[in-house]
Design a protein. Structure first.
Ligand code: NAD
Length: 670
């Protein structure tokens, strides 16, 4: 018998299994908002008392997603600890009633099972999941400055063991189905082909749901506690594990992000609510949620002008960036023509690609078949034969302008008129590269950041002559690759490198003055500067990481902006490692000011030059492309908090002390 609610549809099957289908009203995905939870509690209460119901299957009627978590807008609006405590108390009661029920509750999971969604699945007796690329499990709460609050910190360690649970809870990272079955997070993995036109009436014929129904008819499974988990019942062992986990977290976050350490405390003390309440009303949580909401706003409305099943992408240059970009493309199902000058360069590129894919295989993020398929999708070549049919080409050859101009000419000789030419240049403008192009309208920049896999930003550099369909294709492809595309005006260094150049130049000048490299890097790291999903990194380490050649090109290209980014002789000397200065001591605060304040100045100049229209884009770009610390809310948000007048006067002081490169922009406002 089928029943329809505002956010659910249920179907009581003749064998006594109740299917409860989550189907959030007016939303593309299922979210556990307070109104959804209220309705769900009402349905669960009915089910628990209905003698005809023998078992229950929880499923989603949305395509490719189970439940993506709690309602972030509600979390953000949580005015007081009391209101949070009340909501959490209700959810705990509801989840306990599922956990303690005599009836077997099975979560049938296909697609994203995140945050509160996973916590609900953990309260079920069994979890069966679909073995496809969309299915993923995570408790990402720490990334928002909070901890799982619906029992996740308690049930997960009991289910999979304390060490893997701590890893999942404190990192917020995704776990894919193959790893999930190995750790015991799920009980069955099913090859599922969703039925056409998924409805609660016809869904039982799906392989996943049919397995879940069989499981729901079984007696409740009593989980055995393994020896290691038993030993964790001893306070001494628990405290030791907790102490070790907190020490590792502290070494990674330097105390800037309290949520992971609080999550450890919640696991060890077996009491999560007080820790959640402490965090949820903090300004840091608010800042991180603002960033999350802004990021969501930038996510797709799907355009489908470019399609992995149909389109082949070309990558020119199999070096550091080209090979990583190729990996991202095949990961999303694209076929890639990878061109370099000779077999030796291609071999080196393919080895790099193999290394990255092997890591995924080892982590069980992909199966051996997927691994083989991905590699088969890359077609290394030294000629242009296959390039006529590519829909978009990403140029990632050496940062030498004449080479890039010549390459574009060669490309135009073979590619058809609609093929987009996207350069990954760090320092030249699209206009410079397309100076001899016959079809400049299809030229654009897609500036990826290193390492491509973890740096989410792609700057879409749009020249005056770039046409709209080119812009749309570049944005859509970036989004398909899971990136955050930010459209920037075509100009030297685009946005991030222009701002970051000020920081790197100052770091080199500090080094040339004799300030120890360690002090320079450590001041930046203490401020929170990082790369690659939060790995702390100082400016001089960043220069080594990106490559001195690339940095030199960026800084040289910015010379045209004026004396503040002058290509100093001292800079050249340092790069060539010929100048060994005397050591001097400078306070950490002074070093931090000299590194960070010029970035604020340059960001305001970028706004003045309309490189982007809104200050929020600068904050997002610096966060996802330059490792500016999320806990500070963004470069310009931080500056506004400090007070722009205050920053301006500190810059003037620095100008008096160190010279005109610190002279603040005259229009010093946001
Ligand atoms: P790289 O030196 O590692 O690789 C460049 C590759 O291009 C080499 O394998 C080279 O043989 C090949 N090549 C040269 N001319 C070619 C041609 N005509 N056709 C095909 N292949 C050719 O360089 P990289 O670090 O990967 O940088 C590539 C581009 O990406 C540059 O424009 C750089 O500024 C930009 N970029 C670099 C980084 C970084 O961190 N290194 C970050 C963002 C953007």
């Amino acid at each position: 018998m089928v029943k329809t609610y505002r956010n659910f549809k249920t179907n009581l099957l003749s064998n006594g299994v109740m299917l409860i289908g989550f189907d959030n009203h007016d939303k593309p995905v299922n979210i556990l908002s307070s109104s959804v939870l209220e309705e769900f509690a009402f349905i669960v209460e009915d089910v628990l008392t209905d003698k005809d119901v023998k078992g229950v299957v929880l499923l989603s009627l949305k395509k490719n997603s189970f439940i993506v978590g709690a309602d972030i807008n509600e979390v953000s609006a949580m005015a007081s600890r009391e209101s949070c405590k009340e909501l959490v108390g209700k959810v705990h009661k509801l989840f306990h009633s599922i956990e303690d029920s005599e009836k077997t509750f099975v979560a049938a999971i296909e697609g994203a099972c995140l945050g509160g969604g996973l916590e609900l699945a953990l309260a079920c007796n069994l979890r069966v999941a679909s073995d496809n690329e969309e299915t993923v499990f995570a408790l990402p709460e720490v990334l928002l400055g909070i901890i799982p609050g619906f029992g996740g910190t308690q049930r997960l360690p009991r289910l999979i063991g304390i060490t893997p649970a701590l890893e999942m809870i404190t990192s917020g990272k995704n776990v894919f189905p193959k790893k999930a079955i190995k750790t015991g997070l799920i009980d069955d993995l099913v090859k599922n082909i969703p039925v056409e036109n998924r409805k609660i009436e016809n869904i039982e014929s799906e392989a996943l749901i049919s397995v879940a129904i069989q499981r729901a008819l079984e007696k409740r499974k009593v989980r055995k506690v393994n020896l290691l988990n038993k030993s964790l019942g001893w306070p001494l062992v628990r405290n030791l594990v907790g102490w070790k986990a907190k020490r590792t977290i502290l070494s990674k976050t330097d105390g800037h992000y309290p949520a992971p350490a609080k999550a450890v405390e919640a696991v060890i003390s077996e009491d999560e609510t007080p820790k959640l309440l402490e965090l949820i009303t903090s300004p840091l949580c608010k800042r991180l949620i603002d960033i999350f909401l802004m990021t969501e706003k930038m996510k797709p409305s799907k355009i489908d002008c470019i399609n992995p099943a149909r389109d082949c992408i070309g990558v020119l240059g199999a070096g550091l960036m080209g090979s990583q970009i190729a990996v991202s493309l095949v990961g999303k199902g694209y076929t890639v023509n990878l061109r370099d000058l000779g077999m030796e360069q291609l071999r080196a590129g393919m080895e790099r690609i193999l290394g990255i894919e092997q890591k995924d295989l080892l982590k069980r993020a992909i199966s051996k078949t997927e691994f083989d398929q991905r590699l088969l999708k890359i077609r290394p070549t030294t000629d242009w034969n296959r390039f006529q049919k590519t829909s978009l080409v990403i140029e990632a050859i050496k940062e030498i302008l004449e080479w890039k101009v010549k390459l574009l000419e060669e490309f135009e000789g073979v590619a058809d008129e609609n093929t987009v030419f996207a350069t990954n240049t760090s320092s030249y403008t699209v206009a410079e590269i397309a100076q001899k192009a016959k079809h400049p309208e299809r030229c654009i920049a897609m500036h990826f950041f290193n390492p491509v896999r973890s740096m989410k930003l792609v700057e879409i550099g749009v020249a005056e002559f770039t046409n709209l369909s080119t812009v749309t294709k570049a944005i859509e492809l970036s989004r398909q690759l899971g990136k955050i595309p930010i459209v920037v005006r075509d100009s030297p260094g685009f946005l991030v490198n222009r701002i970051l150049a000020r920081y790197m130049i100052e770091a080199i000048i500090l080094e040339s003055e004799g300030v120890p490299v360690r002090d320079i890097n450590s001041a930046a790291k203490k401020f929170g500067m990082a790369i690659d999903s939060g790995r702390a990194m100082g400016p001089l380490e960043l220069i080594d990481y990106v490559g001195t050649d690339t940095c030199m090109h960026v800084i040289r290209s910015l010379k045209k902006l004026g004396s503040r980014v002058e290509d100093r002789p001292i800079f050249e000397t340092i790069m060539q490692k010929q100048y060994i200065p005397d050591r001097i001591k400078l306070s950490q605060d002074k070093i931090t000011q000299r590194l960070i304040l010029p970035m604020v100045d340059e960001a305001l100049r970028c706004l003045g030059d309309q490189i982007v229209k809104e200050p929020e884009y600068i904050d997002m770009a610096m966060l996802y492309g330059a490792g500016f610390p999320a806990f500070r809310g963004g470069l310009l948000k931080w500056a506004a908090n400090e007070g722009l007048d205050n920053i301006k006067s500190r810059l003037k002081d620095l100008q008096g002390q160190y010279g005109d490169r610190f002279a603040p922009f005259e229009n010093f406002k946001i």
